[in-house]
Ligand binder design. Structure first.
Ligand SMILES: C[S@@+](CC[C@H](N)C(=O)[O-])C[C@H]1O[C@@H](n2cnc3c(N)ncnc32)[C@H](O)[C@@H]1O
Length: 240
């Protein structure tokens, strides 16, 4: 299992929470910088898919600094609940919704996506952007999503995947394994976070493997939408 800090004996979950606490003040800036703003376009694609259905209560897992939850609030939804294990990330999310007067529609909670504190069949839709890769136990996380989703509900999962074709694959690998870790260390002052980003994408079971995992926990109509030469994907799946 890939963990952020090689010399630590703590669990992956503890290390991930610590790491995101540590980089939370630089997270948004570095995200947009390293992706040249494309991460915003990817979140918008997810929003456009979500828009097609009428969802009342939406759960945004691994909500981080809340950007996806805030975008969802522009749709016709009643309530959005964002959950994250990093208090540091949530503090920034809280500030944003306060400034935007969105506290009546969005609420954030410190919580674990692998142990969701909501009853079965509660949410109309579940979203998660760049979160599943960080789970300690991916299968348990997916089972939990299935459990708390209502019948006929959908999950929308945005995650990095690997470019397969020359020259995008080579450029992407160099950029992700060398440039981002170098700049990430300098700017975030966390020596491991951006090495972990590359390694965690490398080992993540993307594409058909991920679709199989969704199927295994009971989701139906599982599909992958490939973005920008395959460097990211949105997975959509339904609960019948
Ligand atoms: C790369 S950030 C993504 C944040 C946000 N969704 C976005 O699109 O910018 C990953 C987030 O997942 C959170 N996370 C990782 N494992 C988690 C878990 N088991 N439960 C809840 N949040 C988790 C981290 O704390 C972090 O804020």
């Amino acid at each position: 299992m890939i963990k952020p800090y090689k010399n630590s004996y703590k669990s992956k979950k503890e290390q991930v929470a610590f790491m995101f606490d540590n980089i939370s003040s630089k997270y948004d800036f570095l995200n947009h910088l390293f992706s040249f703003g494309i991460d915003k376009i990817w979140r918008n694609k997810l929003i456009n898919l979500l828009r097609k259905n009428n969802h009342k209560i939406v759960l945004d897992l691994a909500t981080g600094t809340g950007d996806l939850a805030i975008k969802i609030s522009k749709l016709k939804v009643k309530k959005i609940i964002g959950i994250d294990i990093s208090k540091g990330m949530l503090n920034f999310a809280e500030k944003k919704i306060k400034n935007k007067n969105l506290e009546n529609i969005i609420s954030f909670e410190l919580g674990d996506a692998e142990k969701i504190k909501f009853e079965n069949n509660y949410f109309d839709a579940i979203t998660i952007a760049f979160g599943v890769r960080n789970f300690e136990n991916l299968e348990i996380g997916l089972q939990e999503m299935f459990r708390v989703l209502k019948k006929n509900g959908k999950v929308f999962i945005l995650e990095f995947s690997k470019a397969k074709k020359f020259p995008v694959k080579q450029i992407y690998n160099f950029y992700f394994s060398k440039i981002i870790p170098f700049l990430g260390k300098k700017i975030s002052k966390d020596n491991s976070a951006y090495d972990y980003l590359y390694s965690s994408v490398e080992v993540f079971p993307e594409g058909n493997k991920f679709l199989e995992k969704l199927n295994d926990v009971g989701f139906k109509n599982c599909k992958q939408i490939s973005l920008n030469f395959g460097i990211a994907s949105i997975y959509v799946a339904e609960k019948f």
